[in-house]
Design a protein around this ligand. Sequence first.
Ligand SMILES: Nc1ncnc2c1ncn2[C@@H]1O[C@H](COP(=O)(O)OP(=O)(O)OP(=O)(O)O)[C@@H](O)[C@H]1O
Ligand SMILES: [Mg+2]
Ligand SMILES: [Mg+2]
Length: 495
Amino acid sequence: MSTRTATEERAVVIGLEVHVQLETDTKIFCGCSTEPAPDEEPNTRTCPVCLGLPGALPVLNEGAVEAAVKIGKALEADIPERTTFHRKNYYYPDLPKNFQITQYDAPICADGELEVAVEDSRRTIGITRAHLEEDPGSLQHAGGSIDTADHTLVDYNRAGTPLVEIVTEPDFRSPAETRAFLAKLEEVLEYLGVFDATRDGSLRVDANVSLVPGEAVADDGSVPEDALAEANRTEVKNISSHKGAEKALAYEVTRQRNALRRGRAVDQETRHWDESRGITVSMRSKEAEKDYRYFREADLPPLEVSDWRESIPIPELPDARRERFRAEYGLDAESADKLTSRKAVADFYEDVADRFDPDLAATWVADNLLGELNYRDMAITDVADRLEEFARLIELVDAGELTTKNAEEVVLRGMLDDGDDPDTIVEREGLGTADTGEVEAAVADAIDDNPEAVADYHDGDEGAINFLVGQVMQRTGGSADPGEVNALLRERLDE
Ligand SMILES: Nc1ncnc2c1ncn2[C@@H]1O[C@H](COP(=O)(O)OP(=O)(O)OP(=O)(O)O)[C@@H](O)[C@H]1O
Ligand SMILES: [Mg+2]
Ligand SMILES: [Mg+2]
């Protein structure tokens, strides 16, 4: 079976286009709010500009430009002195103007990279470009998915939300790599403060995938331009999560392999990822660039960012923070990873590590707190307003006022399940560690009540002391320190 051997030697080539919704207060070309209200009616956050009414003029949002510059800097991209906007023409109900304002030959960022850890190796994914554009409206396919719906509703509240589209080089060699990349990209975007991962549809991915002959792949893993151009690729749309990207691409790789195995060609087309059915479906043949009739957006003058770009700072990013945490707090690689991937976790850890013991803080934040949150399907952002209470819990453990076991099993769980604060739980459950007077009284009682054990101790029976320690622990409800009790008992018995 020669065709079988040939298809099995094919290599997977994937490139991503990632649409990131920027966290600005208002839309990219008008003053409409970008903040969805809880029970918002469709088409209420709109104006003549984002509805594309004749004669309405766009005004560029400064915050969106700053966010794009930050993204460019974080991706180590070039940010040219001057950038321009274009109209991308297409006819579709989500776009009332029949063109999208986007960028074309002079994007705000070009030629960057992002380093990703995949299993044990590190891969550098090239970033071709990142450009600003407006989000179209959203379509609701009533009574089914896009290919089965009876009719479709249009909501323009999303129209005009600022997007940065990040286009990668076709550098991915497996679906798993795209998942790692998207997770890393989200970390970086969150650190930059330009993006809200918890918002529905804030990250949307188009995934381009093809199978190229194995022998076309160079020794360094790169694929030459002509092999890329020759391979028929499909573009999978409607991917909105890391896991979704991996699943959609795994499906698509198998589908393409099967087609080639049966001696059929892969069509160059746009496909739709149907999350609930776990399949991709054909939507249309791939439009060529000339179909879009790109031309300059005459209503927006070229934008000079030459001086401005230098004055836009970016914060410390996850990789740098990971290394600093290791050096500064002596964390191992695994803890440093866990403590830095979400910015809110890293901020909290840093705060408690500086106030208490960094090792103790690492165990408490990385293992206990994140573990218990994870178990309840919660994230640190769900308890953002209670971080001081968790710090107080760590303080109680650090000061020896609460045993580790009680802190974890009673207090932390109570805090998460009942919403109480640590001092209230300690008080209610009587968990505080015993004070010296209490321990001394319990020692005296244990000696008075157990003359036989005392006699055994004086006869040199070391086992007797353990029995007496147990008696004191019982009398203090487990709140005394066993080492301290042992020392006190010996002191009394040797008097
Ligand atoms: N042979 C290939 N196999 C897989 N991906 C590829 C291949 N060649 C290019 N790509 C990827 O396809 C994407 C091209 O995106 P780009 O936006 O430039 O073009 P487009 O998809 O034709 O345009 P649009 O989506 O805006 O209509 C990039 O992510 C690139 O890495
Ligand atoms: Mg595309
Ligand atoms: Mg594109």
